[in-house]
Design a protein around this ligand. Structure first.
Ligand code: SAM
Length: 287
């Protein structure tokens, strides 16, 4: 049987940029799943890179701020963390943590200010990702560290499902999720392009770590997928899915015989060179 692909010409026009929304009722659990699934990886790599007390750090698109809070513990005493987001309302303030409403595409960033900059699951949503990357690099002090953690979400295979039809429905959903991201100007495959993008932005000493997580009932990685489904449900309904199919997706992914893999999360680190001029042009606010 041939399945329909997501029809982008049907339904209302899709907004550009981030396809999820921190103001949605699903957002708190979405961010809790991100924290449980990914913080051990993100923070492990920051620790290994030598993030230590006294450092000045920036996290862009900080979501609910779990990485920023953990980063603050790594750099205390004496360090600071600035956590920014277009919608930072879920980030609880605490001493040493500066929380800013900030659009990384359009709002200024200070030049050469940070020892560490972190961006997790933000750049792939932004059509302007390469220009933003250049701005993040310029925000680093010479020798400073940028860590970018991003998925290649274009291959999220179903490994076990209650039936072959369920497996096809799940894969149709993951394909549709990528199509919705692309329609908003995002790049669901950007994780695999991130190393080359960091090199193009002038960073050196690249370290690349790929990770795949299991999505099985009770795992935070499946929780993340279920929150993607909840966030995207209205758009999936507008673009060819039926309410019964969305209900079935929710039910079968909670069945004990369900298992899938995430796409590959690429955690990529690079450093701003100490002396070599960057290949990118200076930002207006730095001139
Ligand atoms: C998938 S969430 C990731 C949150 C957090 N980095 C994490 O991994 O737990 C993406 C975040 O990027 C933020 N975001 C989207 N577009 C942005 C922009 N132009 N500038 C700053 N933040 C943005 C969203 O509001 C959201 O909090």
């Amino acid at each position: 049987m041939r399945h329909r692909s997501l029809d982008m010409t049907a339904g209302p026009p899709l907004p550009r940029g981030y396809v999820f929304d921190n103001d949605s009722p699903h957002s708190a659990r979405h961010h809790a799943s991100l924290e449980a699934a990914l913080d051990p990886l993100t923070l492990g790599h920051l620790r290994e890179a030598g993030v230590t007390p006294g450092m000045a750090c920036l996290e862009i698109g900080a979501g609910a701020g779990s990485v920023s809070r953990a980063l603050l513990r790594l750099v205390s005493p004496g360090g600071t963390v600035t956590a920014t987001d277009v919608k930072p309302g879920r980030i609880a303030p605490e001493p040493g943590l500066t929380v800013l409403t900030h659009d990384v595409v359009t709002d200024p960033l200070p030049d050469g200010a940070y020892d560490v900059v972190v961006a997790r699951l933000v750049l792939q949503h932004l059509p302007e990702r390469q220009a933003v990357l250049g701005r993040l690099v310029r925000a680093l002090k010479p020798g400073g560290l940028l860590q970018v953690d991003e998925f290649d979400a274009t291959h999220e295979p179903c490994l076990l499902a209650p039936s072959a039809e369920d497996a096809r429905l799940y894969e149709r959903f993951t394909t549709a999720k990528s199509a919705l991201m692309r329609a908003g100007g995002g790049d669901p495959a950007w994780g695999r392009r991130a190393p080359a993008a960091l090199r193009e932005a002038g960073l050196t000493g690249l370290r690349i770590r790929p990770h795949v997580l299991l999505r099985a009932p009770g795992t935070p990685a499946l929780g993340l997928q279920l929150h993607h489904l909840a966030h995207l449900a209205p758009r999936l309904l507008d673009h060819g899915f039926t309410p019964a199919e969305l209900d079935r997706l929710g039910a079968m992914t909670r069945a004990p015989e369900f298992a899938a893999a995430t796409g590959v999360l690429y955690s990529v680190q690079g450093r701003r060179p100490l002396r070599t001029p960057l290949s990118t042009t200076p930002s207006p606010e730095a001139t």
